[in-house]
Design a protein around this ligand. Structure first.
Ligand code: CA
Length: 433
């Protein structure tokens, strides 16, 4: 069984990099998130965000920077996905973090003083194309926000039956679609499907009229587990490499007609957007907080959590219509509102012996908070379309319209250090005629 992870010099708020990091940047030396990028005609490779640059790990590896570490001698960085790195596990991830943090430390002359290598390895983010960072094997979507589940339950079943009888006993989830997970910036085509219009006796086919976003945070798994071998809760954090922002696009009218009895299918399989930088669990350790109390009812022993494994990550949702000059914030929430934490999700997912593999995506479910402005979907913000959202342009929205750009941002901040995620953005394209 594993012990709780500890902070080290890579988390020291006083540590500074010789690479300039502008105030308010999501990417100081304490963060070091991983991504896959391409530059000019070069093949995709692994990079780390620092300030307004990408640190090219393939170039550093070729120069022998990782010699003597568990990362040496393995083709990890001249790759189009992070999966080989994810498969190595926590000891290698922490060795990489220490090595890269030391290299970027303002007191270290090693890379700073090597002009040729430094210039080759630092690429301005503005000239890099960020790609889907992980080859996602399986995508699971949970439903772990009590406020979200309650809001949806009240709208569809009334306040007396808002939470289903199982909800407080297990992290409800479903197996989603991995092939349509796309990186931030990818446009999203409005889906067509079957709906049952109010009062109609038979379904109709056509473009969804209730296209929605869902504010979520997803985790990427590391080495995983052998089939038949559950991951116990006490060590479940070691199965997690890092986190991205997730927009789980949802067609509410399609969902309403199709979802019984097996849950959402086409309403959510057309696109799921993620942010390009994977913020590691190690980088988020200083921001751990206790989640909501779980004593009424207490979970079964295999889900019983005694450590603080929620994260204080501020989350914001921004909308920009085709007529707006700049985006407007329409919601603010926080990862800490989740009722079921990431260790409980991993333990529950694998308790049957289901095997997680390197690069599986486990999303949190919509993260709504206790206040009206912390609701993580338009379904809730507009209360099923009955309370249209007023925008600064004078327009209103109940659900997304063609040309709308939806952006989610997120960051954790403490002791003057901001560990951010960047953003996940997507613009709605009209349905195919
Ligand atoms: Ca979802």
């Amino acid at each position: 069984m594993s012990s709780s992870p500890v902070l080290d010099a890579t988390h020291d708020p006083r540590r500074r990099s010789w690479v300039p990091v502008p105030p308010g940047s999501d990417f100081p030396i304490q963060n070091l998130p991983y991504g896959i990028f391409r530059c000019g005609g070069s093949p995709p490779r692994v990079g780390i965000a620092i300030g307004e640059f990408v640190l090219d790990l393939a170039t550093l590896d070729a120069a022998g920077i990782f010699r003597g570490t568990p990362l040496d001698g393995q083709p990890l960085f001249e790759r189009a996905s992070l999966n080989p790195l994810l498969a190595l596990g926590g000891a290698a991830w922490r060795a990489a973090r220490r090595r890269i943090s030391d290299l970027l430390d303002e007191a270290s002359p090693e890379l700073q003083g090597n002009e040729r290598l430094r210039d080759a390895a630092l690429v301005p983010q503005a000239s890099a194309t960020l790609m889907l960072p992980v080859e996602i094997g399986d995508y699971t979507d949970f439903y772990s926000s009590r406020e979200h589940a309650t809001n949806v339950g009240v709208m569809f079943r009334g306040p007396d039956n808002a939470l289903m009888p199982n909800w407080l006993h297990l992290p409800v989830g479903y197996h989603g679609r991995a092939s349509s997970v796309v990186v931030s910036g990818t446009p999203v085509r409005r889906p067509c499907g079957q709906t049952l219009p109010d009062g109609a006796a038979a379904p109709a086919f056509g473009p969804s009229r209730q296209l929605d976003f869902e504010l979520e945070v997803g985790l990427f798994t590391g080495p995983g587990n052998a089939l038949g071998q559950p991951i116990p809760l006490a060590g479940a954090h070691e199965a997690i490499f890092g986190f991205v922002l997730v927009n789980d696009w949802s067609a509410r009218d399609i969902q309403k007609w199709e979802y019984q009895p097996l849950g959402p299918f086409l309403a959510k399989n057309f696109a799921t957007s993620i942010s390009p930088w994977v913020v590691t669990l190690d980088a988020l350790l200083p921001f751990r907080v206790a989640g909501p109390r779980q004593d009424d009812p207490a979970p079964l022993p295999y889900l019983s959590e005694s450590e603080p494994w929620s994260f204080d990550i501020a989350l914001e949702v921004w909308l920009k219509t085709a007529r707006m000059g700049e985006r407007a914030r329409i919601a603010r929430s926080n990862h800490r509102h989740l009722y079921w934490n990431v260790r409980q999700q991993v333990a529950h997912h694998t308790v049957t012996g289901c095997n997680l593999r390197p690069g599986d995506l486990l999303a949190s479910g919509t993260i709504s908070g206790p206040t009206k402005d912390s609701r993580g979907s338009l379904l809730e913000l507009s209360w099923r379309g009955t309370e249209p959202l007023a925008l600064p342009s004078g327009e209103t929205r109940t659900f997304l319209e063609d040309g709308d750009e939806l952006t989610i941002t997120g960051f954790a901040a403490k002791d003057g250090v901001r560990v951010g995620f960047g953003e996940v953005a997507g613009t709605v394209l009209p349905a195919h005629p």
